[in-house]
Design a protein around this ligand. Structure first.
Ligand code: FAD
Ligand code: DLZ
Ligand code: SF4
Length: 522
């Protein structure tokens, strides 16, 4: 990808998750004099060993984005992973461009990870030899600015998503009628907890054949990242904005109507369910939250889509997504080190292989391996629930979630891991740990029907491990959790159990933990 040899304008760095037009760092670009820099770099690909499909998706989307910019007459310096001159990091690539092309002004949009921001904030001093100015602009692709979140959070003891979401509904007038929530309620979650009736047909996801650019990237990833987690076969993701818009359209036409009803449902061999599958594209910048919300609200107003589906979906994008981003930047850097429950156990090996007899976990991990995707309730109530109940160390859980999912960047992964699944933040995000026994998984899925364990058995070799691990978790952590009002019911039940029952739970849990430690199949 050619560029001319003398430059006097600004160097505009675009990261892999900033594939948006408009983007703050491109807003005032001078086509003649400025140069856009994009780089596939070793440090970003390997600081955790990302899923092969995540790397393939990002590299292909980056290459397509660069090509579109060039076709529109922008000057782009695109550094491919296998370029012999590739300097290996974002900082080193910026410096190389500055030194080779005499730039002194660098413009970049606020990144999605504290680690990257910390690095960028050191660049201006590091590039003193170039008399450099490094300008980091606010990322205005989010609906709430970080200042707005800070302002809302200031002085609050608890930062509950529900209230932030209501503020954003009012700010944007989304699903409002004369200032009141559409239908009279802010929340329709109570209608959104159905399991999938037998025989319900789940539509196929929108898929794309790899084009030449994607094919080249797949070859590169297959060779360079062979030892990374995940399968590369059957890559079918969108890699351009146009394709991402088709995924959104497909969701609204085929799945939105049942999104609410089956939002929490899981089904054997159905990885996609009635979810939207747009997180890869939203987070990389191919879609904006604003347009997604507008299109879904339009479906409600013009075509009478059910309110529980529309509100349920908008709550995810306008509520959860904006909230976790605000929370991340509000709580960092201390958030990453929190471990309220003092969880110390190692992540079991089967998280890398999917080789377990626990069918729900095997399904969710194997689908993650195949697709770099699992839907929310699989991440929360199967995988997350297991990691919470078994007390796996938060740092290891963070690494796993950051590398296995194609939509994972620390701003969104970390609050979901430390706040939502592990309760490692002690309740900043969630009012209680999302702990559940096998009964919940059995209610929301048909996984238990094909499992080696029996969900109805509470103790013993054949019992579903979630059953005794749930009570053992509550017993083990009672010093920290007994005072939580929302856990008073289960604690009362625990207290009513006789000693023999409690010992049975403790010994079943202990032998399960021994198996994990000895790396025996569970
Ligand atoms: P849908 O169910 O169709 O939801 C629509 C959109 O809402 C999603 O695309 C996403 O942008 C947003 N959304 C929904 N839930 C959340 C949430 N809890 N936090 C932030 N946004 C949300 N999502 C990520 O984008 N990246 C992650 O790294 C990530 N890690 C997670 C880790 C754990 C432990 C858990 C429990 C959840 C995580 N999520 C993450 C949230 C959620 O699971 C995914 O956003 C969702 O599964 C993506 O699939 P979808 O696009 O089909 O979502
Ligand atoms: C996740 C990722 C990967 C795999 N590769 C790159 C890359 O080669 N170049 C790049 O600019 N960004 C990459 N990223 C995203 C970054 O690691 C980081 O998460 C975001 O840029 C933060 O905004
Ligand atoms: Fe999962 Fe337990 Fe059901 Fe097996 S029986 S699928 S381990 S919940």
């Amino acid at each position: 990808m050619p560029e001319s040899s003398t430059q006097t304008g600004k160097l505009r760095l675009v990261l892999a998750d900033q594939l948006s037009r408009p983007l703050a760092s491109l807003s005032d670009i001078d086509k003649q004099n400025d140069l856009i820099l994009m780089a596939e770099v070793r440090t970003e690909v390997s600081y955790v060993k990302h899923h092969k499909k995540k790397i393939a998706f990002l590299f292909s989307a980056m290459r397509h984005f660069a090509k579109e910019l060039q076709n529109d007459g922008y000057r782009v310096r695109y550094v491919s992973y296998d370029d012999p001159d590739n300097a290996g990091s974002l900082k080193a690539e910026v410096e190389r461009a500055m030194s080779e092309l005499s730039f002194s002004h660098v413009v970049v949009t606020f990144p999605g990870e504290w680690r990257v921001l910390d690095d960028m904030q050191s660049w201006q001093a590091a590039f003193v030899a170039y008399n450099a100015t490094v300008e980091i602009r606010e990322d205005d692709r989010f609906i709430a600015s970080l200042d707005e979140f800070r302002h809302w959070a200031d002085g609050k003891k608890q930062l509950r998503m529900e209230y932030f979401y209501r503020e954003l509904r009012k700010k944007t007038s989304v699903l409002l009628q004369d200032g009141e929530p559409e239908g009279g309620r802010w929340n329709y979650d109570a209608q959104n907890r159905k399991s999938l009736p037998k025989g319900t047909k789940v539509p196929n996801p929108t898929m794309f054949e790899p084009d030449d650019i994607t094919t080249q990237v797949l070859e590169l990833v297959g060779t360079e990242f062979e030892d990374h987690f995940g399968e590369l076969s059957n890559f079918h993701y969108a890699v351009t904005r146009e394709q991402a818009l088709q995924v959104l359209k497909g969701f609204i036409q085929e799945r939105l109507v049942l999104f609410g009803d089956y939002q929490d449902a899981m089904q054997q061999d159905e990885p996609w369910m009635f979810h939207s599958h747009i997180s890869f594209y939203l987070n990389a910048g191919l879609l904006t939250a604003h347009e997604v919300i507008t299109q879904v609200e339009h479906a409600y107003r013009e075509y009478n889509f059910p309110l529980n589906a529309v509100e349920g979906f908008i709550r995810q994008v306008l509520g959860w997504r904006e909230y976790v981003r605000g929370l991340y930047w509000h709580e960092m850097p201390k958030y990453v080190d929190q471990n309220f429950l003092n969880a110390q156990r190692h992540l079991p090996d089967f998280f890398w292989t999917g080789d377990t007899q626990m069918n729900c976990l095997s399904q969710c991990i194997n689908e993650t391996k195949q697709n770099a995707y699992a839907h929310h309730i699989q991440r929360l109530m199967v995988i997350g629930n297991f990691l919470l109940l078994t007390g796996i160390e938060p740092k290891q859980v963070q690494e796993w979630f950051l590398l296995v999912y194609g939509d994972a960047y620390e701003w969104v992964e970390l609050p979901n891991v430390n706040g939502m699944i592990l309760f490692a933040d002690g309740g900043v995000m969630a009012s209680k740990p999302y702990a559940a026994s096998g009964a919940y998984i059995n209610k929301m899925s048909n996984y238990c029907q094909s499992c080696a364990y029996k969900v109805k058995d509470k103790n013993g070799e054949s019992a579903c491990p979630f059953n005794y691990l749930y009570w053992d978790f509550l017993a083990r952590n009672q010093d920290k959790l007994r005072g939580n009002q929302r856990l008073s019911m289960p604690y009362r039940t625990l207290e009513k159990m006789d000693d023999a029952k409690r010992q049975l739970i403790a010994s079943d849990a202990e032998s399960f933990f021994h198996k994990l430690e000895r790396n025996e199949k569970v």
